[in-house]
Design a protein around this ligand. Structure first.
Ligand code: SF4
Ligand code: SF4
Length: 449
């Protein structure tokens, strides 16, 4: 939270339990395990997910891909983005409150460690104000920093393991090999430590673009966390007979990790953590009032309108775009092959005319290069075979081309075509590999005929 002078004011959100927090803890715990486990899971001895950027290889669900499959990655990422967009239009900031790694790591790891070592928020607040804290407070603070550094390193290691195989990264770190990945791991440790020790909610408020986008993705039918003003106002102290349901205890503000007052309406800073719902429900129970003064609801309903439109134009448009992207991704995935062949024209003369003076006919000679990319993590023999055509001869420098894993090879092909016999202006090459004996055909366009 930023004060009026533009400085960060340290927040000490009070701990809060309740049904929503129990639900969040379960969901976030499963996600924490998922985030940490993914780089270590293998399917058929291949990484489940690995984005090896320097070598331009990536694995998705154990299937190897190369830079030639980048469109799949693009559709996957836009698909995830559109799922988020649809979820935001329907349910507000569920991503921030339940799924975002920043929230998951902060709430499940760092805040808990902080509480175990330094005590609850009220104790920490009091100790942090001391100009000369006693030795036990200082020891606890140093211990917290040491544990935070270790946790930051572990998270950095896991995050980089999405881009470099964890065993390789471990080897580089143990061997104190100052590779880019090892240095990046150490730098990331520092960034994560800074984030979770000091920066915290500012990541959501200042850096994350999604928080700023959310208002454009939502409308008044989106489910958000809101305060029922018609029921709560006028707020007043418990003994005040003329008050509404809100007893102005401030508990909803004290537990808020971004330091806002939800009673001021929907705000960009709200990360949808539902702590204020549990806090207010606890108070409502104590004062024998109906629950859910603060609750999940649409802005329209919080403002007294009945009913809720689930399918609105924006939801339908976002969902259609999502389905479109998924369809294109599925088709691209199904059409994907284990190797790719492209036709490249060599520089220089596009064709050569050969005259046979004895037989009195003309042959046109075209040269093309077949650029073969092996997208698999093992060597492949790519077989090339010409489809016979009258008056056409296709000469390969090699018809069984061994291409190394994630590598490419270029094979020159010469096509000689009798001008008087040519029926079309292309040569057809059948390409196959491994079990795929049928293969597929590509056409080399011929010029000069
Ligand atoms: S207003 Fe409520 S839901 Fe929003 S961040 Fe604060 S405590 Fe969480
Ligand atoms: S917790 Fe509920 S009763 Fe207390 S101030 Fe917030 S809205 Fe009012």
């Amino acid at each position: 939270m930023i004060d009026d002078d533009g400085h960060k004011s340290v927040l000490y959100p009070k701990e809060q339990s309740g049904p929503y927090q129990n639900r969040r803890t379960w969901i976030m715990s499963l996600l924490l395990v998922f985030y940490i486990a993914v780089p270590f899971i293998h399917i058929n001895q291949k990484p489940m997910m690995l984005f090896n950027i320097p070598d331009r290889q990536f694995y998705l669900f154990g299937i190897a891909h190369t830079a030639q499959d980048a469109e799949l990655l693009f559709f996957l990422m836009t698909g995830v983005a559109f799922v988020l967009v649809v979820a935001t239009a329907l349910f507000g900031r569920v991503w921030c409150g339940y799924v975002c790694p920043q929230t998951v790591f902060l709430d499940l790891i760092f805040r808990r460690i902080e509480k175990w070592i330094e005590g609850p928020a009220s104790v920490r607040k009091r100790n942090d104000k001391l100009r000369h804290p006693p030795p036990d407070v200082r020891i606890r603070r140093y211990l917290k920093y040491i544990v935070f550094i270790l946790m930051s390193f572990a998270i950095a290691f896991v995050m980089i393991s999405y881009f470099i195989a964890p065993e390789k990264l471990l080897f580089k770190l143990i061997a104190v090999e100052f590779s880019a990945s090892a240095l990046f791991c150490l730098a990331l440790t520092g960034i994560i430590f800074f984030d979770f020790v000091w920066f915290r909610e500012q990541m959501c408020l200042i850096i994350c673009p999604y928080g700023r986008l959310q208002s454009t993705l939502q409308d008044k039918d989106t489910i958000v966390i809101g305060y029922d003003e018609s029921r709560g106002e006028p707020r007043g102290k418990l003994k005040d007979d003329a008050r509404g349901a809100c007893i102005d205890c401030g508990k909803c503000v004290q537990v808020c990790p971004t330091g806002i007052d939800i009673r001021n309406g929907l705000q960009m800073e709200c990360i949808g953590c539902a702590l204020c719902i549990d806090a207010c429900n606890e108070i409502m129970t104590q004062v024998n009032q109906p629950l859910n003064l603060i609750r999940y609801d649409s802005q329209n309903r919080l403002q007294g309108q009945s009913g809720r439109r689930f399918l609105r134009p924006r939801v339908i448009i976002y969902a259609v775009l999502l389905l479109l992207g998924l369809t294109v991704m599925t088709i691209t995935g199904l059409k994907r092959t284990d190797y790719e062949v492209a036709i490249l024209r060599p520089q220089g003369k596009p064709f050569v005319v050969l005259r046979n003076e004895e037989e009195g006919h003309i042959t046109v000679q075209n040269i093309a290069n077949l650029h073969i990319v092996n997208k698999k993590e093992y060597s492949q023999i790519i077989q090339l075979e010409a489809v016979e055509k009258l008056g056409q001869a296709v000469i390969f420098s090699n018809q069984n081309v061994r291409v190394l894993p994630f590598s490419d090879a270029t094979i020159p092909v010469i096509v000689q075509s009798r001008k008087d016999l040519a029926q079309d202006n292309y040569a057809t090459i059948r390409i196959s590999a491994g079990d795929d004996t049928d293969g597929h055909e590509i056409e080399i366009p011929l010029v000069g005929l």
